[in-house]
Design a protein around this ligand. Structure first.
Ligand code: FMN
Length: 380
């Protein structure tokens, strides 16, 4: 339901006609971005089987449209951990937005705020969390953290996020080591770092060697402490009253442990297929996880969401909201803040259309029986 002037409508027609779906941003980004940045953003781990599967799996679900229902008004608004948003499409944390556009995460934050949705700021951002708040003091935002070997840095970031008005802490739990990203090694060598000289991990700068601008100083922050365990969740809960989201859950067993540790939400995620290759597509494990813990905490999903029908399928399979990673980086690369707005706008409009064509006018109309698998459909 459009309740405000959609920022996308003010964009130049010629520009808009070049970008009609999210894949258009990816194609154009591959031409625009320096090869190093393109490889850093687009690639996955190992043979990239999971990277392909994240998208292919969506195509194995089919929709069962219902007709003759009044769909004249569509309301896509919802809440995530109590935060009101206008659509169930939010922004996953991705590092280094400064590589895509000079305004980096500030542009992303403004776009998310204008489109009335939520952004998770990556721990590895090229903008500090304080600068994000200064740019848009009341925007909906959560802060991504890792359990770094120096827990003081973790604690400090949580406290800074509280002060700066971030509304939840997102702990990335799937990175005790960095996945085997072969293409990264080919392009960056051992550093695994795409950052250009002078560009800094602004959120983490204060914990690094102050005497140097060297990008290698950020290495210790690129992954979690590989000794971290569920005890660290208990530790985190002692130091903050902000809700906690665990990002990177892929099994029912870990989802149950998350619920037992009383976190408020989990994100079913395989880190955009950048960590362990050969894990399932997130959409394929979503419904069993929702069945196990969906009544105890909020469940979100990311990985391969590129169309409105992908969003609809994820909601039907039980996600409260979906998150997108790479499409935001590609929107940023193509046209900064406007590009990110366009990405969010297109996805929202595609969801709205898909809802109308399946007989849903509100998110609560989207139920499990809206989707079937390709094989079930052909047996009918
Ligand atoms: C370039 C890049 C950087 C990322 N950085 C982070 C990060 O700092 N923290 C994190 O939890 N996930 C990170 N991720 C994973 C995303 O949060 C998200 O899980 C993933 O991109 C979703 O898949 P999609 O790109 O297919 O939408 C990153 C992903 C990409 C592509």
């Amino acid at each position: 339901m459009l309740r405000w002037t959609d920022p996308y409508t003010t964009m130049d027609d010629k520009w808009r006609s070049q970008f009609v779906c999210l894949d258009d941003f990816e194609t154009r980004s591959s031409e625009l971005l320096p090869q190093r940045t393109w490889v850093y953003y687009s690639s996955g781990a190992g043979d990239e089987d999971t990277l392909r599967e994240n998208r292919d799996a969506f195509r194995r679900y089919w929709l069962k449209p219902r007709v003759l229902r009044d769909v004249s008004v569509r309301d896509m608004s919802t809440t995530v951990l109590g935060e009101k948003i206008d659509m169930p499409i939010c922004i996953s944390p991705t590092a280094f937005h400064g590589l895509a556009h000079p305004e980096g995460e500030i542009a992303t934050c403004k776009a998310a705020a204008d489109m009335k949705t939520l952004m998770i700021l990556s721990a590895g951002s090229t903008t500090s969390l304080e600068d994000i708040t200064a740019a848009r003091p009341t925007s909906a935002k959560w802060q991504d953290i890792y359990f770094w070997p120096d827990r003081t840095a973790t604690r400090d970031m949580v406290k800074r996020a509280e002060i700066a008005g971030f509304k939840a802490i997102v702990v990335t739990v799937d990175i005790p080591e960095i996945g085997s990203r072969r293409k990264h090694i080919q392009v960056f060598g051992k550093s695994l770092q795409p950052l250009q000289p002078g560009m800094q991990l602004k959120n983490l700068k204060k914990y690094m060697n102050q005497s140097s601008d060297s990008i290698d100083d950020g290495k210790q922050f690129a992954k979690s402490d590989n000794r971290s365990t569920w005890r660290d969740i208990a530790w985190l809960k002692t130091m903050t009253t902000l809700p906690i989201v665990l990002k990177g859950i892929l099994t029912v067993e870990d989802a149950i442990l998350a619920a037992e540790h009383h976190v408020q939400a989990i994100m079913v995620s395989n880190h955009g297929a950048r960590q362990l290759d050969s894990v399932p597509a997130t959409i394929d494990v979503l419904s069993e996880i929702v069945a196990a813990v969906g009544d105890k905490l909020e469940v979100y999903v990311d990985g391969g969401v590129r169309t409105g029908t992908d969003v609809l399928k994820a909601l039907a399979l039980g996600a409260r909201a979906v998150f997108i990673g790479r499409p935001v980086l590609f929107g940023l690369a193509c046209n900064g803040e406007e590009g990110v707005k366009a990405v969010l706008h297109i996805l929202r409009e595609e969801l709205s259309t898909a809802m109308a064509l399946t007989g849903c006018s509100r998110l609560r109309d989207i139920s499990r029986d809206l989707v079937t698998t390709k094989s079930c459909w052909s047996k009918l």
